[in-house]
Design a protein around this ligand. Structure first.
Ligand SMILES: *[C@@H]1O[C@H](CO)[C@@H](O)[C@H](O)[C@H]1NC(C)=O
Ligand SMILES: *[C@@H]1O[C@H](CO)[C@@H](O)[C@H](O)[C@H]1NC(C)=O
Ligand SMILES: *[C@@H]1O[C@H](CO)[C@@H](O)[C@H](O)[C@H]1NC(C)=O
Ligand SMILES: *[C@@H]1O[C@H](CO)[C@@H](O)[C@H](O)[C@H]1NC(C)=O
Ligand SMILES: *[C@@H]1O[C@H](CO)[C@@H](O)[C@H](O)[C@H]1NC(C)=O
Ligand SMILES: *[C@@H]1O[C@H](CO)[C@@H](O)[C@H](O)[C@H]1NC(C)=O
Length: 481
């Protein structure tokens, strides 16, 4: 009997200690942690199929077994009718009608989601500017929201989709953010629980470069009403001048908040559970013409946006497949020479061929980013867009493999729980202080090695930060008294 009582008391004592420790942290963080632990952990390996660039890869040539979710991107909001604007072109209309059936014939388990909103090219989509006017007008009053929700759900069902994605790029004022919150709440109320509802959102919970201050996503509505958010952790060179080369989606940036890690952590700090955050990986590269071939580093002077490629047909951007082709032809010709560099401080890569310079996410970068996402306990990742992959679907394949290998372990999550109290620059582990890019071959073995080393150092660094934070918080409490 006594032994039984003792055993009974043990968890009580432990939970009291735990509660005392937790009370040192902010109550918001505690609530977030509780919500996070209650989340179902079915992971997400998603891909966006950009309908506008369907010519780059027919849907039938996509290996649907590499994804858990495939997004059709996108149908716009009709400017006057408060309904989705369906494609008029017969080929586009049949792509939409056949999308779910085609990918499910390859992988019956894949779930399909219809993105509503969108517009712009793959490379410009993540940049904050003015809000999508048709979307903003639709969201502005309750009756037009209700009409739109009904129409969008009907379109999704008619075409065999398992869910809808709110791709409003991007609410640009505090009022529009509130309307975004109403929209997702009303949308959730209008569909059954098994119907997926996600949103494609800005890289950070706070929108920078917006015309007015205080433009923050309504985290409560996001956490309560959406299955998850797809965080566009790319297109980050918005703050940089166009006259010099820059990384478009570095994982870390010591000088500014324009990094994927800052964005992801801002969503977690805003109280959105990690289980509802999915991190974006760009499959486009951002390109420039260099002023001087001899000066090809990051921040080197550039004279113009990079050359238009035949497939992607846009200046200043190219697909992963085109980046690989550019590097491979330069290497084969020998006369031009290609520099391929992997920067282990920023976790970013670029290729320079003659006077063309392209920042892109190679497989080494993708592996590091997914390890970061796993350490943060995120729900998964999405590739933007999957039709930019090469003929072998190299990135989709590698990402799926790395994510499965990195499967989140509980220790990772505890450590991250402490680290995410910090601002992004502090998140940088002591190990990644070398600012100089290092020319490394893009071999997968090299990336695996540095990934493991970084993992260990990150954990140690984060643990130290966590301990420091606890001491700091305790001191603060004492001072407050
Ligand atoms: C599906 O695609 C086929 C051609 O592959 C086309 O003939 C058919 O009309 C499409 N279905 C719809 C509903 O558009
Ligand atoms: C780019 O332009 C900005 C001003 O627009 C200037 O301050 C900066 O020095 C320029 N950078 C280069 C590399 O020319
Ligand atoms: C490429 O884009 C231009 C507009 O920038 C357009 O006129 C042209 O038709 C496009 N070419 C292809 C092959 O899509
Ligand atoms: C695709 O894979 C095959 C064999 O694995 C290889 O020979 C070929 O070079 C690869 N192509 C690309 C574009 O990576
Ligand atoms: C992390 O937390 C879980 C419970 O949330 C616990 O079971 C596990 O032992 C912890 N791991 C470490 C390394 O503290
Ligand atoms: C980055 O590369 C440099 C030079 O090779 C090396 O000294 C440093 O340890 C590397 N950092 C990480 C985090 O791998």
């Amino acid at each position: 009997m006594a032994a039984n009582n003792g055993l009974f008391l043990l968890p009580l004592i432990l939970s009291t200690i735990a509660a005392l420790t937790l009370s040192a942290s902010s109550s918001a963080a505690t609530a977030a942690a509780t919500r996070r632990s209650q989340e179902p952990r079915e992971s997400v390996r998603a891909g966006y199929y950009l309908a506008a660039d369907a010519h780059l890869r027919p849907l039938a040539a996509l290996d649907a077994s590499l994804y858990t979710h495939l997004y059709y991107y996108a149908v716009a909001v009709h400017p006057s009718r408060r309904a989705p604007l369906l494609p008029a072109d017969p080929a586009a209309a049949s792509l939409l009608a056949n999308f779910s059936r085609t990918v499910k014939s390859r992988n019956a388990a894949v779930r399909t989601v219809l993105s509503v909103g969108g517009g712009g090219s793959a490379a410009s989509a993540a940049t904050a500017g003015s809000s999508d006017p048709a979307f903003a007008a639709m969201a502005a009053d309750p009756s037009s929201r209700a009409a739109f929700i009904g129409a969008a759900v009907a379109v999704a069902r008619e075409n065999g989709f398992d869910g809808l994605d709110v791709a409003w790029r991007f609410p640009a004022s505090a009022v529009e953010m509130a309307e975004f919150g109403f929209l997702v709440a009303e949308w959730r109320a209008a569909v059954p629980p098994e119907f997926l509802l996600t949103a494609t959102v800005y890289f950070s919970n706070h929108v920078f470069d917006a015309p007015s201050p205080g433009v923050d996503y309504p985290s409560d509505s996001v956490a309560r009403c959406l299955d998850w958010v797809n965080v566009m952790a790319f297109g980050l060179r918005a703050g940089a001048a166009g006259n010099s080369t820059a990384y478009d989606a570095p994982l870390y940036d010591r000088a500014t908040h324009y990094s994927a890690s800052y964005g992801v952590v801002s969503w977690l700090d805003a109280g959105v559970p990690a289980g509802k955050v999915v991190m974006g990986i760009p499959m486009y590269g951002r390109s420039w013409f260099l002023r001087n071939k001899g000066n090809s580093g990051v921040g080197a002077p550039a004279v113009a946006a990079g050359p238009k490629q035949r497939g992607t047909n846009a200046t200043g951007a190219m697909s992963y497949a085109e980046v690989q082709w550019l590097a491979a032809t330069a290497a084969a010709s020998r006369s031009r020479g290609a520099i391929t560099a992997y920067d282990n401080a920023s976790v970013a890569s670029y290729v320079a061929v003659g006077d063309v310079w392209v920042a892109f996410d190679g497989v080494a970068v993708v592996a590091e980013k997914l390890a970061f996402a796993a350490r943060c306990g995120l729900r998964g990742y999405f590739l933007w867009p999957v039709n930019y992959d090469d003929a072998n679907l190299t990135v989709s394949r590698r990402a799926s493999q790395v994510w499965t290998e990195n499967k989140i372990s509980p220790e990772f999550r505890n450590v991250t729980g402490g680290a995410r109290q910090m601002q992004a620059p502090v998140l940088l582990p002591p190990a990644v202080q070398s600012p100089a890019p290092t020319a490394l071959p893009m071999s997968s073995s090299a990336s695996r090695l540095s990934c493991r080393t970084l993992d260990v150092r990150l954990q140690l660094g984060a643990l130290l930060l966590f301990v420091w934070y606890q001491i700091y918080e305790n001191c603060k409490v004492v001072q407050d008294w």
